[in-house]
Design a protein around this ligand. Structure first.
Ligand code: NAP
Length: 433
């Protein structure tokens, strides 16, 4: 009795689902289907290139991928190379673990101007994600505004102000390293529509901003309260107290010899991107926080800048053939059960929040539901998919192929760097053929 499961997406939620399936049933067979040749989703394309320790979780995922009950179908896009209906004929269950790859929109005038980027695109660009290799952001500006007070905003600000030496032992894409090194950027404004206590960045990420080689954090001490007020869980209270203590230390960071600044700018919401075709500034409204929400005060100010990065959260795309909740940006589901043999895990189920490990329970829930709902119905699984893709001439990238791409990236790495990323699908395939 072998249940055959297809997991679409090979990021953290996909891998935690496969792992839970393997642990829950000694006979289950799982195929992972991934649009890119490369596995690991946001671990490769989202986690900042200078956070290599975080990326080490891929080694755990690799053990899962190497199970003889798991096969990897990289470079295969559902909807292009194979349809969801075809997968339903081949598999007893299908898990959508495709994440939230798009940017939420600011919804303000001017956001389509040249020089305004969402963080999914901008982070994808510096991380060498093939979708964003051609983004070519113009970094010829002294001032950048990053909108948002989450960890992605901190990542983007930090990567823009770190020195080449600080980035030497990272896997930042060559095109991004060269553009950032050549850029005249001196000031990055990181703007939160609420205050320092409501900010969503975590303490490890915040503290890094006080330890940069050529950059100081600038903060208006009058915006920092004496203590953390409000109703918070014990865990949140501890985090917020740590953040407040860290921010209070920022004015003491020695500026000697440092030429760059990250300005922590609270209580300000963007109302308009200024400029002609290209951004030249941003108009902000000062805010105050009422009942946890940001409220405009009717007082406005402008920041001149040549680049705006909106790091205001991600958004899932509708998955072809699956009902989608536009308001929440997730598939419609009942605790992960989408119906018709389909399940959801990770950001396409929950929305774009939480750390890597938050995806683990999603995978466990999806696996448990599959074992409750599904039995071996004689569906063919792997051989049927492999035959169909071969018939259609799809160049499937196997896990061994990915290891060959990775070996090439490691062989090309500069001294100290973990790899030198190959940034187009064509070049990845060329290294194999
Ligand atoms: P996030 O933590 O939800 O932060 C989004 C930020 O954007 C918030 O400050 C939010 O303000 C602001 N925002 C949303 N809409 C806005 C608007 N219209 N105008 C102005 N500001 C707006 O999201 P994220 O930074 O994209 O991160 C996603 C998840 O990945 C988070 O759970 C994060 O912790 C995780 N992550 C973790 C790491 C790490 O552990 N190192 C690194 C990267 C990402 P409000 O709070 O007022 O809504």
């Amino acid at each position: 009795m072998t249940i055959k499961v297809a997991v679409i997406g090979s990021g953290p939620s996909g891998f935690y689902t496969v792992d839970a399936l393997l642990k829950g049933d000694p006979d289950v067979q799982v195929d992972m289907i991934e649009r890119l040749p490369t596995p690991f989703g946001l671990i490769r394309g989202g986690v900042a290139p200078d956070h290599q320790t975080t990326k080490k979780v891929a080694r755990v995922y690799e053990k899962t991928a190497l199970s003889d009950r798991v096969d990897y179908f990289g470079n295969v896009e559902v909807g292009r190379d194979v349809s969801l209906d075809e997968l339903k004929e081949f598999y007893d269950a299908i898990v959508l673990a495709v994440g939230a790859p798009r940017d939420r929109k600011l919804g303000i005038p001017g956001e389509d101007k040249t020089g305004v980027f969402g963080s999914a695109d901008f982070v994808g660009w510096y991380n060498g994600h093939p979708d964003f290799t051609e983004l070519n952001p113009d970094l010829n500006t002294s001032t950048v505004v990053v909108i948002g007070n989450g960890n992605v905003a901190v990542d983007a600000a930090r990567v823009l102000v770190k020195t080449p030496e600080e980035m030497a032992e990272t896997d930042i894409a060559d095109h991004a390293a060269e553009a950032i090194e050549a850029a005249p950027i001196t000031d990055v404004y990181m703007v939160g529509r609420r205050g320092p206590i409501e900010a969503k960045f975590t303490n490890v990420e915040l503290r890094e901003m006080g330890k940069l080689h050529n950059c100081i954090p600038v903060i208006d001490a009058s915006q920092l309260p004496d203590t953390v007020e409000g109703e918070w869980s014990d865990r949140d209270l501890r985090l917020k107290e740590r953040n407040l203590a860290t921010m209070k230390e920022f004015p003491d960071v020695d500026p000697t010899g440092k030429t760059k600044r990250v300005h922590f700018t609270f209580y300000a919401k963007p109302v308009e991107i200024l400029g002609g075709d290209k951004v030249t500034g941003i108009r902000m409204e000062r805010t105050r926080v009422e009942n946890g929400r940001s409220v405009g005060t009717g007082e406005f100010f402008e920041i001149e800048c040549g680049l705006v990065i909106a790091a205001i959260g991600y958004y899932s795309e509708p998955f072809p053939g699956v009902p989608f909740d536009e308001a929440n940006g997730t598939v419609i589901h009942d605790d992960g059960r989408v119906g018709d043999g389909i399940y959801a895990a990770g950001w396409i189920k929950r929305g774009p929040t939480g750390v890597i490990g938050t995806n683990k329970p999603d995978g466990e829930i999806a696996a448990r539901q599959i074992f409750e709902d599904v039995s071996d119905s004689g569906k063919p699984g792997h051989p049927a998919l492999a035959a169909l893709l071969a018939e259609r001439g799809v160049r499937v990238v196997t896990y061994d192929d990915w290891k060959a791409i990775e070996a090439e990236e490691i062989a090309r790495a500069k001294p100290g760097a973990p790899r030198r990323k190959i940034v187009t699908v064509e070049t990845m395939i060329e290294t194999l053929d």
